[in-house]
Design a protein around this ligand. Sequence first.
Ligand SMILES: [Zn+2]
Length: 303
Amino acid sequence: MKIKTRRVELPLPWGGGVYATIIDTPNARILVDSGHTSESSRTALMEALSDRAPDLLLLTHAHQDHYGGLPVLRTAYPDLLIYASVHAQAYYEDQYRTVVTHHQHLEQFAVRVGVHGEMYDQILRGFDRIAQSGCTASLDRLLHDADEFELGGIEVRVHHHPGHHHHHLVFELPQLNQVISGDNVFQTNLAPPQVYFDANGRRIPALPQLLESLERLAQIGGRALPSHGEELPEVSSVARRAKAAYERTTHRVTKAWSQFDDPPDLPTLLQSVFGEVPLPLVGLRLGFLLGYADCAGVGDNYR
Ligand SMILES: [Zn+2]
């Protein structure tokens, strides 16, 4: 059976775009991810789907540039099936409480690791809007690592690859030797490791998980369709190259660390590894820094 995949670029408010992927056979249409919560992204998504209704929405992970189309999709296609990770169920079914809890944990963490002032305000911004974005859904199926299913002649293998996000799923299409790889690996940039917390508010190391996920992605191989940037004709080499790049910067943290007699607070370590970081980039850089600290074996000072 003829199976076609097509990425649709949807605009992001901060520039650039995010891709949703459409998988078509004569019998079914699967949509992977749904763009940003912004009006322009939603309009572009619905335009891309105007020729045919999707039967199933698969969600790679719960970031606002991937699930943003949920409210308009639910309204336009009441019969649309929605599958996501079993770990994402609380998020999609009770987004408000999940986001508010994360925000509280992040506040307490920031205080513990010495982040204050402008930097504190910067990393704690925007959660109200996310908590109230209304991107909720009751999930028709909770996906687990190694699940397989078929719809309209399209076979899908599910892989749980955490690190960029603890729910992150990768969807393998074995008939095409393709993998819809979400945000784990890109042609040019490195994916930011997640900053997240267990139920007690203790930070969980994410970059070690991401490195393991990249190795597993390399083992799947084939052509990758990432959510940002160009397609990757052979994902194995790009995934292993990304892994090596994270490991190289980990050495910079190890070196910086050796200059301190006592563990520095997080902003001091940030300054010594990355120099002066522009305020809008602070959240992103801190995520990378914590990841490198975890891989360098000093992350326990920032939990
Ligand atoms: Zn993401």
